[in-house]
Design a protein around this ligand. Structure first.
Ligand code: CTP
Ligand code: CA
Length: 227
């Protein structure tokens, strides 16, 4: 039996993580975003760094600190900026984990001046952003690529279809409507699904412990060549 401590599981590996929400502005005082806090992605970056990895953390707009010397943090605001930074770093990394909550839509027009209120309704036209994860899946070489799926119903089924559609090696399915799971809090409940499609539950625990368990699954799958 081989004994390898957690603290060296990713020694010599480069891990790219994205975390938190993007922010898409409509004028200088207003923007669209979503409920992500970034805590799950930051916990993953810390877990990977504590296991010996050299980590690049691409952070959306979050209120979180990082002190680990093995984490190189790059802050971004919009989905378009996150797209650029993720592609810049993609080829140099071994493992890429996309925990960020990326805006699917952004205002088609950004106003340079604050919009004044009018007596009538305000219609904001929204356009699609690029799917970053899908675009990484399209150019993937040897990376182990992990996505997240935020779901409120048919979580397993929807998550597994994202695994295939985006050419992922594994997906972390988050049923964000369950108590103790999802956005904002310090705990989570997730299901990890790799290409063998045998769902593995991580039951209610801290986001830090969820991150440790996810990294252990990823290490196991890389070693077992489940990709
Ligand atoms: N994602 C991305 N770029 C986007 C939208 C999503 O990289 N423009 C990534 C997220 O970081 C996550 C995964 O895709 O890892 C799944 O995100 P999710 O919102 O659950 O799924 P979508 O594919 O956007 O589909 P929908 O929101 O319609 O369920
Ligand atoms: Ca989405």
């Amino acid at each position: 039996v081989e004994h390898q401590g957690r603290d060296t599981l990713f020694t010599g590996k480069k891990v790219l993580v994205s975390a938190g929400p993007t922010q898409e502005k409509v004028d200088p005082v207003r923007f669209f975003t979503n409920k992500s806090s970034g805590k799950m992605g930051f916990a993953i970056a810390e877990a990977a760094a504590n296991m010996g990895a050299e980590v690049t953390l691409v952070a959306g707009v979050v209120n979180l600190e990082t002190s680990n010397k093995n984490i190189n943090r790059i802050d971004v605001t919009t989905a378009a900026e996150m797209f650029e930074i993720m592609h810049q770093h993609f080829q140099a990394n071994d493992i890429v984990i996309k925990a960020a909550a990326v805006a699917d839509y952004r205002p088609k027009q950004i106003y340079g001046d604050k919009m004044k209120k009018q007596p009538n309704d305000w219609q904001i036209e929204m356009e699609r952003t690029k799917d970053i994860l899908q675009s990484l899946g399209d150019v993937k070489q040897d990376q182990f690529l992990v996505g997240f799926a935020a779901e409120t119903s048919n979580a397993l089924q929807n998550g597994i279809s994202k695994l295939h559609k985006k050419y992922l090696d594994a997906i972390v399915i988050n049923n964000v409507s369950v108590d103790g799971a999802g956005f904002g809090g310090d705990t989570n409940i997730v299901t990890y699904v790799n290409k063998l499609e045998q769902p593995e539950e991580i039951s209610l625990t801290s986001k830090h412990e969820v991150a440790n368990q996810l990294m252990a699954f990823i290490a196991r799958d890389i070693k077992g060549e489940v990709k």
